[in-house]
Design a protein. Structure first.
Length: 321
């Protein structure tokens, strides 16, 4: 989720939101001691190498796979992997797909991999594809939104980034500025946003936690500086064939932002340091799948991400000029 998995997802340490967060002093931002205490509580729950690296390796026969960086946290090392069209053609536009900026948002990672496996061939010869399925592998393994330094990568896509994950991705994409036609960033909004991650954020920053709500269904976050409403609605229409679209609340909002169209809100993505703002692409959007809905299965969540990518690319190509 911006303000802030398959069946292998395990329970997180969920707090009671009526009590203070168990780390830190209310009203006081965390220092090094509190961050170390938070880090000590994080448990490895799944394997990036088994789930992501192995899946990317299986794609090598059809795509070019590169390591665009390496993350080292204590004794752990994570290769950062990018998958791109093998027959890269300088005359074609570039489509960028990113997943796992928040590592716990499982369908973003597995949806990107599923797209490469099942649908990328449909766009061969029309786009140069660049897919980064898991930007934040440490967070993927811990089922967390932050990195090991308690930094949210998705508020860190800016010069002198405090998140190594964000800095590495920006360096990868920098040579392509001006050539990216469409960028779709794959996310989820989960119940744990409200029960764990928002309270942790408030505690880390020394602010009061203000309870909110979790929308039931899929929605998109467009760029308020370049909203492209027809593009957003094309993606919504495609995803609706797979899973339900989140309704606005009684105030006409989703997660505190006005709905500008059915299932769509807008943020100033570049100013907020969000991943969707790292290119000057004409068409950009951030997906938000709701995996905790009783009306959606893990398979549907992955399919929703695939449908969103496919629709985004088709619309962008049809409306290139």
């Amino acid at each position: 989720m911006l303000e802030w998995p398959p069946a292998a997802r395990e329970p997180l340490q969920i707090m009671n939101t009526s009590t203070p967060y168990p780390i830190g002093t209310p009203g006081k931002p965390w220092g090094d001691a509190e961050k170390a205490q938070w880090l000590a509580r994080q448990v490895r729950r799944r394997s990036y190498r088994d789930d992501v690296v192995a899946a990317v390796e299986r794609l090598r026969e059809r795509f070019e796979v590169s390591e665009y960086g390496t993350l080292v946290y204590a004794a752990e090392t994570f290769p950062l992997l990018a998958v791109r069209s093998r027959d890269w053609d300088q005359a074609l536009p570039v489509a960028l797909v990113t997943g796992g900026v928040h590592g716990y948002e499982t369908s973003g990672v597995h949806g990107a991999l599923q797209f490469l496996e099942q649908r990328a061939a449909d766009h061969a010869g029309r786009f140069n594809l660049l897919v980064v399925p898991c930007v934040n592998p440490w967070g993927y393994e811990r089922i967390h939104r932050w990195n090991a330094e308690a930094v949210d990568p998705n508020r860190s896509f800016r010069p002198d980034s405090p998140a190594r994950e964000a800095a590495a991705l920006m360096a990868l994409v920098a040579p392509l500025r001006g050539r990216v036609l469409v960028h779709i960033d794959l996310h989820e909004t989960t119940d744990s946003d409200e029960t764990e991650f928002r309270p942790a954020l408030a505690a880390r920053d020394g602010k009061p936690f203000e309870p909110g709500g979790i929308p039931d269904g899929f929605y998109l976050v467009g760029d308020s500086e370049n909203p492209q409403p027809a593009f957003q609605q094309a993606v919504i229409a495609a995803v609706e064939a797979v899973t339900h679209i989140a309704p606005a609340d009684a105030d006409g909002q989703i997660i505190g932002s006005p709905c500008v169209a059915r299932g769509v809100i807008n943020y100033p993505v570049e100013r907020l340091g969000l991943c969707a703002g790292i290119t000057d692409a004409r068409y950009t959007t951030t997906t938000e799948v709701y995996p905790d809905s009783p009306r959606a299965t893990p398979a549907q969540c992955n399919e929703a991400q695939v449908a969103a990518i496919d629709a985004a690319l088709r619309y962008a190509l049809a409306n290139r000029d």
